[in-house]
Design a protein around this ligand. Sequence first.
Ligand SMILES: Nc1ncnc2c1ncn2[C@@H]1O[C@H](COP(=O)(O)OP(=O)(O)O)[C@@H](O)[C@H]1O
Ligand SMILES: [Mg+2]
Length: 291
Amino acid sequence: MTTESTAATPVGSAAPAPKGAPVLKLTDINMSFGATQVLLDVSIEVRAGEVLCLLGDNGAGKSTLIKIMSGVYQPKAGKIEVDGEEVTFSSPRDTAKHGLATVHQFGGTFPLMTIGRSFFVGSEPEKGWGPFKRFDRKYANETAVREMRALGLTRITDGNRLVGGLSGGERQVLAIARAVHFGARVLVLDEPTAALGVKEAAHVLRIVMQARKKGIAVVFITHQVTHALTVGDHFAVLIRGIKAADFRKGEKTREEITDLMAGGEAMAELEAELEAYQFAGHGESTELPTA
Ligand SMILES: Nc1ncnc2c1ncn2[C@@H]1O[C@H](COP(=O)(O)OP(=O)(O)O)[C@@H](O)[C@H]1O
Ligand SMILES: [Mg+2]
């Protein structure tokens, strides 16, 4: 098979780590819900014009980490820095002030709103004055359609259409177009290609590359290794809330990455075995076993 030869060689050429402070840096983030530890000492960083892929199986803690970097959750411990300055995100509004835009898993757009409305939600353009002020529908619709078309969605011509009538891929494009229009410096995308067909996924991946070219720092979450390899400069793998690997493009093969992610299950089994072993009185001993 032709794909086998590429699987054995590192994907892409090794890219050196860029210089300067990361736009967004998280250090030793811990998160728990009740007694459940969901993230343990997770550190990641992303720089301008770079795509950081956050990989991990379902339940690994990816969405939780994303909600921490977008102000939805506050971590139990850890540090968040923007441009090298420590910050606290107490709400999603806070993160917008720092130029972060997040597109949450399963949309994050509003199905019953028109395209124009949803594009400008929270920063509605107005016309008129005083009591005659009203939402400038024409401007909103034209701008939304223009920005979506600029990202290749030429099918969309009417900003009055409801968001609920768009396909999954079109909704992702709308959300990304919105972030780019409002000058996002960090774009966080939670599994934007997960529910899409091949063609739509390819379109979204192309747009991610466009954003990267504009100098935006992109955090791209996925559990699909192929999608990650297509756009990623830098990769972090989460397994059950722990960062199991952190590498740059060209440092690992597709096979190694797939094994790593699949390794989550095996690692958990091993942990359970070790725990049982310790419980039986074999562990925690500093003495050498006497055979
Ligand atoms: N609000 C919550 N309350 C309790 N447990 C949660 C909550 N959100 C997520 N979890 C748990 O945290 C773990 C990680 O979830 P999540 O971050 O959604 O993973 P991923 O996005 O990688 O699939 C899962 O075991 C999930 O059940
Ligand atoms: Mg998730």
